[in-house]
Design a protein around this ligand. Structure first.
Ligand SMILES: Cc1cc2nc3c(=O)[nH]c(=O)nc-3n(C[C@H](O)[C@H](O)[C@H](O)COP(=O)(O)OP(=O)(O)OC[C@H]3O[C@@H](n4cnc5c(N)ncnc54)[C@H](O)[C@@H]3O)c2cc1C
Length: 497
């Protein structure tokens, strides 16, 4: 039965939910409070020729993104050119650097050079990671996680040991590699999951496979090409998008949502999928209809927020790669500043993305487009002075690394983005950038539920519910929510259309 479905938010998960719901033949209306789609993956252009992706820059798990396109009889290449990065990235240490090769055989050579025997260990590590990727990303993450029963099957029972759910990632990596640089290299991918490798289950070595083995890619034109493609697919199936439209209240009666108040107007729908940050969505409901209390949210481990700088330079900066990780300082100290002390880090690590090294459409000729990102505790104070202080520190390290003097003098564009901007632009709880940390106690059924337990026609989607943070999981999350809503049976008198 055709349903009239409202979707709050046009980020990656909202776009995915819109496309899948519309393809099922439903009438889909997407309300986005910002003026453009993409959410955390938005893009902006400056008056002097730069194009900045605001969030995602690591295009990993290309097969998962490709599956989205295949579900609509397309391929990513119908919308943008995807190029592999070589090296995939460079990691800077206090006493040297490692460039991560694109080709696996070269990667093995690099490992062997640093630690005799490590090439063979890498094979074993990646074999296990591949198994987890296939079981995890192609099977587990497709589940709505209403209950553990979804995971009860002979196949899953056989695989439980191989998934290493109960071993922490750091211990797991240390079983394979001794060299500190190899350990740092192998630990890096799980930092995306928003917690220390000490607290992330070894299941997530699937990230090493989804990143290092499948490669690091770049969509020419920027990550926003994916957003545009997803919107155009949703629109092709009839989804309608409304920008500068803020969902202000969700009206419920008995056990169902009956209307959504958007910019002061009450609109009736058969079902609602909220891709806005979970905690914010709940505040749109009367307390009795919320899934969780305030103290539940206070007890969650959130993935970090971050300080981002979008910078334009009026000269090229030789010696800088597309992706560079500045890991000269101690990872655990930075992580402690985020989780234990909730302070600005004393000796930060940061990441620099320079897409103009690959794509000359994102900066004027002989200029450079650089995005700097430093992970931070959620909820901390982020005034202009403190942002500026950390910019100076990051520029100094860029200068040291590239041998360029006085980079600040070449800046012809500068904009910062931090905790308070995440709150204002996305209603993000504590200004979180990446949702909830993927620690074991917040995995699968332990994640905030994808369905409202009191209102049968309200579903949540996005990085705060299943399967978790990141672009590929958010795409999957939208698909799961759309499928669940499609299965809902409504009585005739409950229909809005
Ligand atoms: C700086 C940064 C770097 C990242 N890097 C990567 C990366 O390299 N690779 C990767 O895979 N992932 C990366 N991520 C994570 C990835 O971007 C997110 O996991 C994903 O985009 C989340 O999508 P979402 O749909 O859940 O949420 P969002 O993108 O936040 O979408 C939710 C939407 O809801 C809207 N909204 C909120 N409240 C309302 C309301 N009341 N009414 C109407 N609309 C509302 C918001 O404006 C927003 O557009 C990064 C994230 C950040 C912030």
């Amino acid at each position: 039965m055709k349903k009239k479905i409202a979707i709050i938010g046009a980020g990656i998960s909202g776009l995915s939910a819109a496309a899948y719901s519309a393809k099922e033949g439903n009438e889909v209306h997407v309300f986005e409070m910002n003026s453009s789609p993409g959410g955390r993956a938005r893009q902006f252009k400056t008056g002097n020729g730069y194009t900045f992706d605001m969030g995602p820059s690591w295009y990993w798990m290309p097969d998962i993104i490709e599956r989205f396109f295949n579900d609509f009889d397309y391929s990513a290449k119908d919308f943008y050119e995807l190029v592999p990065l070589h090296p995939q990235f460079e990691m800077i240490f206090s006493d040297g650097r490692i460039a991560m090769p694109k080709d696996y055989d070269q990667l093995k050579d690099l490992f062997e050079k640093l630690e005799p025997g490590a090439a063979q260990k890498l094979d074993a590590f990646m074999k296990a990671a591949r198994y987890k990727y296939q079981t995890g990303m192609l099977d587990f993450v497709q589940k709505p996680c209403h209950s553990w029963w979804e995971f009860v099957s002979p196949k899953i029972a056989r695989s439980v040991v191989k998934l290493n759910l109960l071993t922490d990632f750091r211990t797991y990596v240390a079983r394979y590699f001794k060299h500190p640089k190899l350990r740092a290299l192998m630990e890096f991918p799980v930092i995306f999951l928003g917690a220390s490798p000490k607290n992330i289950p070894a299941l997530y070595s699937l990230m090493n496979y989804g990143g290092y083995a499948l490669g690091t890619w770049y969509p020419m034109g920027g990550f926003y090409e994916l957003v545009k493609a997803m919107q155009s697919i949703a629109e092709e199936y009839g989804a309608q998008f409304y920008f500068n439209q803020k969902a202000e209240q969700i009206i419920a009666e008995k056990e169902r949502v009956t209307a959504l108040i958007v910019n002061g107007t009450a609109l009736k729908f058969d079902a609602l999928i909220a891709s806005s940050d979970y905690h914010h969505t709940e505040t749109l409901l009367e307390k009795q209809y919320r899934n969780y209390t305030e103290s539940y949210w206070q007890q969650r481990t959130f993935a970090p927020s971050c300080l981002v700088y979008y910078l334009g330079f009026n000269k090229t900066i030789p010696g800088l790669r597309h992706h560079t990780l500045f890991f000269e300082n101690n990872l655990d100290e930075h992580i402690d500043s985020i989780y234990r002390f909730k302070q600005w880090p004393k000796k930060p690590l940061f990441y620099a993305c320079c897409p103009s090294k690959t794509d000359n459409s994102v900066a004027p000729p002989h200029h450079e487009n650089i995005f700097l990102l430093m992970p931070l505790a959620t909820g901390i104070q982020d005034d202009t002075d403190i942002r500026e202080k950390y910019l100076q520190e990051m520029l100094a390290r860029l200068e040291k690394h590239t041998g360029m003097a006085n980079l600040a003098a070449s800046l012809d564009y500068k904009k910062s983005y931090c905790v308070s901007d995440f709150v204002n632009d996305y209603n993000a709880y504590g200004g979180n950038a990446y949702g909830l940390a993927n620690v074991l106690s917040q995995t699968a059924v332990f994640k905030p539920s994808i369905r409202n337990k009191k209102l049968y026609n309200l579903y949540y989607t996005g990085q705060l519910t299943v399967p978790g943070p990141g672009v590929p999981p958010s795409i999957i999350s939208g698909k799961i929510a759309a499928k669940e809503v499609h299965k809902l049976k409504l009585f005739h008198h409950e229909k809005a259309i």
